[in-house]
Write a protein that binds this ligand. Structure first.
Ligand SMILES: [Zn+2]
Length: 198
């Protein structure tokens, strides 16, 4: 049963875009509104960067949400008793079985909202996000502003820089500590540079 337009049972919504496009902000903003909706239960998840499952705070522009950090996607299913809505951030870092977990949530009449990077620094689909974008009932693509000097066009790509040079297509995803300084920028398609790609 639809309680209102804030909770859509069995519906998958995807919020995606490059880094610096405000995905976490949009996700928290969407979920925060439920605070004032009597009887609604929602939970916020994200993948753990270490081996522990724990409650953490996620924060963006001063907005804070309680969040459960999980090591494996199926741990989400242990935590959903009575939930109307599940929000998942940084979804691109989950393993492939997040797809199965999300389908189970949807079949249990839960509204699932996921946020994540649609493309990796090479401009290619980021892991499970391609599956989730195909499965989605509603997709919101966010954009940033290109970091390139005097460009200001819509940024749809994430540029990876190692020692201020565009990262090579075959560079390892995780660089060895001390081997270089790594930063990320939002770039438009014209200024998104990936040596070795074509
Ligand atoms: Zn640009």
């Amino acid at each position: 049963m639809t309680k209102n337009n804030l909770i859509n049972p069995g519906v998958l919504e995807v919020i995606c875009g490059p880094m610096f496009s405000g995905k976490t902000f949009e996700l928290i903003h969407r979920v925060e509104k439920l605070k004032y909706l009597e009887g609604s239960k929602y939970l916020f998840f994200k993948p753990a960067r270490d081996t522990r499952t724990k409650k953490v705070k996620t924060r963006f522009n001063g907005i804070e949400a309680g969040c459960i950090s999980v090591k494996k996607a199926d741990e989400i299913l242990d935590n959903i008793d009575g939930c109307d809505l599940i929000a998942i951030d940084e979804t691109q870092f989950f393993q492939k079985n997040i797809v199965e977990v999300i389908e189970k949530l949807l079949k249990s009449d839960i509204n699932v909202i996921v946020a994540g990077l649609d493309l990796d620094y090479r401009g290619e689909p980021f892991g499970v996000m391609s599956n989730l974008l195909a499965m989605a009932d509603h997709v919101e693509k966010l954009f940033a502003t290109c970091f390139h000097p005097r460009c200001n066009r819509k940024a749809t790509r994430t540029q990876r820089l190692i020692n201020n040079k565009p990262a090579h297509y075959n560079d390892p995803i995780f660089i060895v500590e001390g081997s270089g300084k790594e930063i990320y920028e939002a770039r438009c398609i014209r200024h998104h540079i990936v040596p070795g790609k074509y």
